[in-house]
Design a protein around this ligand. Structure first.
Ligand SMILES: Cc1cc2nc3c(=O)[nH]c(=O)nc-3n(C[C@H](O)[C@H](O)[C@H](O)COP(=O)(O)OP(=O)(O)OC[C@H]3O[C@@H](n4cnc5c(N)ncnc54)[C@H](O)[C@@H]3O)c2cc1C
Length: 428
């Protein structure tokens, strides 16, 4: 019987395993020493904050895996012999495969800062990182977070629930401004600050200082300021977790290079999720997308191909969601952080500064390009349809109510949004 081996029990690997099982009787093994069972990485923060227990992060009951004949193996893969099709583990055991799926996720960036390996300096990706954070924040009063991405803001929220003072250093002019248009980014910056976080824009880390016991005691910024702290959160982005196969015949760039069928350059070896890099991404999509939905879609697609129904990975329109303290964020389609000449933005913001919409449309023909929403929950399937139907921005505004999750709530703002849109356009 063909043996499919999947390295990684995250959303990409597990989705692939589940769908291979749905469609076939093949032998399936999933490898990871991170946790006994698959868990929702996006919800790690809630365990630290006490909103959830670890068990709540497991979407499936523990019996699920045996019942579905998905063999879980707790080990780390150290080396792969692609010619003989054998994996070598840190336990010194080995395993043969017929088809191999690499789904090893991301690791957090370390940019070679002085002091980056001191005790109390860490990122947040794995279960082990969460456990380390528990340990590192036992007697922590002050923390510094480096880098203003989605994990950084989550870490800030987590630490604030334990009354730890947080200084948050970001390079940009406002929070996540490499992704969000400036007005959106500024609103989120103000919101983060309203939660007692000392958010510093345009501030970069120079080095991290330790005490005589090798524990962090302060950071120094590029402008020479010293900020005392007992914890440093390294949240300046993530990169594909591929160091263990870097010196092999597998073609890599930033990630493991794959074609539209998620195949690598080596026969019978595939890569999916955060660690995969598409050679030719679809327009408006990135070659590496370290997000939950992408991992899931890649897992589903590859499972089809592995069970006899060869299909291309076609992710369709971009979408994503996140939360910045109390403000839910959703994005559909493309809203550029710095729109060029061809893209116009319409921005509406409620006076309480916790709700906003930015709509992007094409300057030449008014075609709707994408939307960012903050504090207003919208329906994915509706925007997806409008994007596919090439609707105009006028159409989208006139029908915005249909896309709203909570029409009653929306009724309060519809007129205001529409009026604001008209005024905006007259001004531009
Ligand atoms: C704190 C946090 C919050 C996030 N929030 C969001 C969010 O709100 N929305 C969103 O879209 N995305 C979010 N993400 C990103 C999202 O979680 C990832 O994109 C997603 O989990 C990637 O899935 P994956 O299956 O590719 O990899 P992972 O989930 O990282 O799984 C990789 C697996 O591979 C295993 N592994 C790695 N190396 C080896 C090896 N050598 N041998 C054996 N096993 C190995 C790991 O142990 C792990 O089991 C968040 C991430 C973090 C860390």
């Amino acid at each position: 019987m063909e043996h499919i081996v999947i390295i990684g029990n995250g959303i990409a690997g597990i989705t692939c395993a589940r769908h291979v099982r749905k469609n076939s009787d093949k032998r399936i093994s999933v490898i990871s020493a991170e946790s006994d069972y698959f868990f929702s990485r996006t919800a790690l923060m809630y365990v630290y904050m006490g909103h959830m227990k670890w068990e709540h992060l497991k979407p499936y009951e523990d019996w699920f895996w045996e019942k579905n004949r998905i063999e879980l193996r707790q080990d780390w893969v150290e080396k792969i012999d692609f010619q003989q099709k054998i994996l070598y583990f840190s336990s010194e055991e080995s395993l043969e495969y017929d088809k191999l799926v690499i789904a090893t996720g991301s690791v957090y960036n370390k940019f070679g800062w002085e002091g980056q390996d001191l005790k109390g300096v860490q990122g947040l990706i794995s279960k082990q990182d969460l456990e380390l954070l528990e340990e590192n924040t036992q007697n922590c009063k002050k923390a510094v977070i480096i880098g203003g991405g989605l994990i950084g803001v989550e870490l800030a929220e987590m630490l604030r629930t334990r009354n730890i003072e947080v200084t948050f250093l970001i390079r940009e002019k406002a929070f996540w401004q490499n992704i969000l248009p400036l007005q959106d980014a500024k609103m989120i910056s103000a919101h983060v600050r309203s939660h007692g976080v000392d958010l510093r824009h345009e501030t970069q880390l120079d080095k991290i200082l330790g005490d005589e016991k090798g524990h962090v005691r302060a950071v120094i910024t590029e402008s020479g300021e010293e900020i005392e702290c007992q914890l440093v959160g390294l949240c300046a982005g993530v990169r594909p977790n591929i160091d263990f196969i870097k010196k092999s015949a597998l073609e890599t760039e930033r990630g493991i290079l794959v074609d539209e069928y998620l195949r690598t350059n080596i026969k019978d070896v595939y890569a999916i999720g955060d660690c995969a890099q598409l050679r030719e991404p679809q327009s408006n999509r990135n070659s590496i997308e370290a997000v939950w939905y992408t991992g899931r879609m890649m897992g589903e697609t590859l499972a089809q191909s592995l069970t006899g129904n060869l299909i291309k990975y076609k992710p369709g329109n971009w979408f994503n969601s996140a939360k910045f303290f109390d403000i839910e964020y959703q994005t559909y389609g493309k809203v550029s952080a710095n729109p060029g000449e061809g893209e116009i933005h319409f921005h509406w913001q409620h006076k309480d500064h916790t709700k906003a919409i930015t709509i992007a449309f094409d300057a030449s023909d008014n075609k709707f390009l994408g939307i960012n929403t903050f504090g207003i929950r919208m329906r994915h399937e509706v925007f997806d349809r409008w994007l596919n139907e090439n609707r105009s921005v006028q159409y989208v505004l006139q029908h915005l109510r249909e896309a709203n999750f909570d029409p009653e709530f929306y009724d309060g703002y519809e007129k205001e949004i529409f009026r604001s849109f008209k005024e905006n356009l007259q001004e531009s």
